[in-house]
Structure formats: structure tokens, C-alpha cells
Design a binder for this molecule. Structure first.
Ligand code: UD1
Length: 432
């Protein structure tokens, strides 16, 4: 959808089933490039970023097809190229995940450097340093990372503990699984999406100790075999719907999730005054008043997720009191605030933090989404605002949320997706 039109004010009520995780599925698709045999992935969300990754696999020569039962079958025995097309990397930074598998299995990778991003500086230097440590010859020229290695060799990789990187942890784990000897990765990320990828690799025969911890010991194997795997559910989508319930003073149950992945989020929502009931695979949220102000700081898992910071900012913009949100991961992630101000919010952005002075109500306005999570946050702002809000840049939201319109409507939201007004407007913003 190019735009979303939302009429605010309806309390959300009912149940929503969450889709498979976007950030979790992308590494799974890349991992299939390492495997000698067919990998069948279930619970892969139908979103544009997954489509981009499928196009990437096909551009490299792999077969990737959805089966009738919904499983995505990937066969990389036909890979005949190590060159990732710029057009796909430009559309989605997660495409860089193919670098590790290409180097490890095919001995060469030519992957364009992803470049700038609206949510902040997002270099891939940790990935490249790790490939070099694993013995690859890496050149960065003409905007492309060109790596070569007859066979990667296990080593000790010490990642910066102040900037734990999800992407580098995934890429280096993928690379190390087929390296000769043992690789130790210290200060690895342990986001559920990273762990799910490691578990898939283990199911394919990889030898990884320390899964789910910050120290990974990977004993390289000669080959990985095929398997079937079900991706974890999307904790960012789940968190988005919970916050939507809180903002609209609703009663929503979010199903098909792993509640433990959302611990920090439900903790914050309880502090804000929501009533939370956690089931085995679901969370019910009830809210009947204006939220209380709560301070929050984003941090790597199990800390508060940066991807939910914009939605949380919307919640704090209508809270009773003043709250401070600190953003420790991406330096430009408050870009949605300027749009919120146009809806009547009272927010001051400082270096690395924003102060939200809650107002009783936002008012609807035309606003612009600059990245996936900012777009979702502005939709939430529209759901609780008085009047009509039109969020343009909606194609960005479709990159990360499966049928957000249908799901919100199913719990009573007044939202419609509108087609492209300007066919030239871009779909190539960076990944978040
Ligand atoms: C992933 C997620 C994104 C999420 C982010 C943090 C995917 C597809 N995207 O992004 O939604 O917001 O994790 O949880 O899963 N850094 C460097 N050099 C590097 C790599 C990272 O300096 O080589 C810095 C980044 O600029 C950032 C921090 O490390 O400040 C964390 O980034 P990282 O965890 O790598 O984010 P992504 O994997 O790109």
C-alpha cells in the first residue's frame, strides 16, 4: 500500500495472530545457501523484504519456491553466481546476509556495500573484519565487497560489546559453520532471531556450542544437510499490536507468539498501567485509561528493542506525565518525532534521547513514514488520534508487516490501504 488512511478513536478489541518473523526469516533464507540439500521453511511472512531475499537467492542461481502447504523450499545446488545484484542490496540491507554463505561454501562473494540508512549510520565493518579474521581476502572497491577464500579457517572473533551486532553475528556464524576448525565469537548478539538461525544451522548438522549466549563456539563441518524448519513469530509485530491496544484503550489478545520474547515490552506496558495476561502462546492486554509515563532505554536483547522505540514513543506522547526515551542503537531513530509533532505531540529530541511531555490527545494529520518502524508507529498514532490521519510512504510498512490493514481491521480499527498516488515514489528505503 502506498498510503494508509486511519480514522482514530476506536478501541481495538479481539484477537490477532502474529506472522513469522521478518528479521528471523531473512537469516534462515540466507542460511539455505550453505546447505547441500533442500531446506523447507515454514511460517515465512508474506512481505516485501522476504520477496526481495527470494529474488536474491534466485539471482544467485538457487531455486526458491513456495509449496502448496505454504512452505518455502530452497535448493541451492544450482547456485552459479557469487555476485549479489546492487538493485536488491539497495532495497534491503539484509541482503548482505548472503556474503557469509557465499564465501564459506563457494569461496567467493561479490556483494555491494549497503550504504546509507535513514535510521542512522549502519556500516558493515564488523562483518568484513570477521570475514578477514576467518582468512578471506577482502577488497572493498567500486562500492562492492569482494571476498575470496579457498576455505575459511576458524579463529577467535572478538566483537565490540558496546555495539552488539545482530547482522554481524548472523553473517559470521553462517560463514564459520563450514570453516576449517573452530571459531569462537565473543560478544555475539542473542536476539531470538539470531538464535533461531543458529538452531536451524544445528538442525542441518552444524556444530555450534553456546547457542543463545554471547559466546559461540562453532566447530566447522564439511557440509550441511537439508531440513524442515518453522520460523519464530514476529515479536516486533506482536509488540506493535500490543501498543496499539494500549493506545486505543482496548482489549486485544495477540496469538501465535513466544511471550518470553516480549518480556521487556509487557513489563513497560504494565508500568504504563495496562493489564497483561500471559498465556503459553498468547498475551492479552487490557487498558482503560491514559497511559502513565515510563522512561525507557533501548538495548540489545534481552533489553528493550530499538525496533519498537518509535511505537513506544507514540505511547509516551499521550502519556500522563513526562518520559525520557534513550536510543542507544541507531542515532537517527527519532525521525518519526517531527511527524508526531505535526499531530500535536510535545517532544524534544536531544542527542541520543527524546523527552516526551504527554498530551491528552493527538490530532489526525497527513504524515510521512521514513522507515518500516516509523511507519507502523505513525499508523498507531492515527489509531488513537482524533480525526483522520493519512500515512504516506506506506510501501515501507508493507516491507515488514504482513497485511497490517486486514489485521488491524479485524480488531475494529478504521484503517484502509490506498494505492500508489505517485508511481515514481520510491520503495528503496533502508531496512529496519
Ligand atoms: C538488525 C535488525 C534491525 C534492528 C537491529 C538492532 C534485521 C534485518 N534488522 O539490524 O531491525 O533494529 O538489528 O536490533 O534483523 N554496527 C557497526 N558495524 C557493523 C554492524 C553494526 O557499527 O558492521 C552498529 C550499527 O550501526 C548499530 C549497531 O551496531 O549501531 C547494531 O546494529 P546491528 O545489530 O548490526 O543491526 P542490523 O543487523 O543492521
Amino acid at each position: 500500500m502506498a498510503r494508509f488512511r486511519i480514522t482514530g478513536g476506536t478501541p481495538l478489541s479481539g484477537s490477532v495472530e502474529v506472522s513469522g518473523s521478518k528479521n528471523g526469516s531473512l537469516p534462515l533464507l540466507a542460511a539455505a545457501l550453505l546447505v547441500d540439500g533442500e531446506v523447507v521453511l515454514h511460517n515465512i511472512p508474506s512481505i516485501r523484504d522476504i520477496n526481495t531475499m527470494i529474488q536474491m537467492l534466485r539471482a544467485l542461481g538457487a531455486k526458491a519456491e513456495f509449496r502448496q502447504d505454504g512452505g518455502l523450499a530452497i535448493d541451492s545446488s544450482t547456485v552459479d553466481s557469487v555476485k549479489a545484484p546492487y538493485d536488491l542490496v539497495r532495497r534491503m540491507r539484509g541482503s548482505f546476509y548472503v556474503a557469509g554463505p557465499l564465501l564459506a561454501r563457494f569461496g567467493e562473494a561479490q556483494v555491494p556495500l549497503p550504504g546509507g540508512c535513514v535510521i542512522g549510520s549502519r556500516p558493515v565493518d564488523f562483518h568484513i573484519r570477521g570475514f578477514k579474521a576467518l582468512g578471506a581476502q577482502v577488497e572493498e572497491k567500486y562500492g562492492v565487497m569482494h571476498g575470496r577464500a579457498e576455505r575459511l579457517v576458524g579463529t577467535r572473533i572478538y566483537m565490540d560489546p558496546r555495539l552488539r551486532s545482530v547482522g554481524a553475528t548472523v553473517n559470521l556464524t553462517l560463514a564459520a559453520t563450514l570453516a576449517e576448525g573452530t571459531t569462537v565469537i565473543e560478544n555475539a548478539s542473542r536476539e531470538p532471531e539470531v538464535v533461531d538461525c543458529q538452531n536451524l544451522l544445528a538442525a542441518c548438522g552444524a556444530d555450534i556450542e553456546g547457542i543463545g549466549t554471547t559466546t559461540l563456539t562453532i566447530h566447522g563441518v564439511d557440509r550441511l544437510h537439508g531440513t524442515e524448519w518453522t520460523a519464530i513469530s514476529d515479536r516486533m509485530e506482536a509488540g506493535t499490536f500490543l501498543i496499539a491496544g494500549a493506545l486505543t484503550r482496548g482489549d486485544v489478545t495477540i496469538g501465535s507468539i513466544v511471550p518470553e520474547h516480549l518480556h521487556m515490552v509487557t513489563e513497560l506496558l504494565e508500568q504504563a498501567g495496562c493489564e497483561i495476561d500471559t498465556g503459553d502462546r498468547s498475551i492479552r492486554l487490557r487498558m482503560d485509561r491514559r497511559p502513565d509515563a515510563v522512561d525507557v532505554m533501548t538495548a540489545p536483547y534481552p533489553g528493550y528493542p530499538t525496533d519498537l522505540q518509535p511505537a513506544t514513543g507514540v505511547l509516551m506522547s499521550v502519556a500522563n506525565g513526562v518520559s525520557v526515551i534513550e536510543e542507544t542503537i541507531f542515532d537517527a531513530r527519532f525521525n518519526y518525532v517531527d511527524e508526531l509533532l505535526r499531530m500535536g505531540a510535545d517532544v524534544r529530541v536531544m542527542e541520543g534521547a527524546a523527552i516526551f511531555k504527554g498530551v491528552p490527545q493527538l490530532s489526525g494529520a497527513p504524515v510521512l513514514a521514513t522507515d518500516i518502524r516509523a511507519g507502523a508507529a505513525l499508523i498507531l498514532a492515527g489509531l488513537c488520534a482524533e480525526g483522520v490521519t493519512e500515512v504516506s510512504g506506506g510501501a515501507l510498512v508493507d516491507r515488514g508487516y504482513e497485511d497490517i490493514t486486514g489485521k488491524l481491521r479485524s480488531v475494529g480499527a478504521e484503517i484502509e490501504g490506498l494505492p500508489e498516488a505517485d508511481p515514481e515514489s520510491s520503495d528503496d528505503e533502508c531496512l529496519a
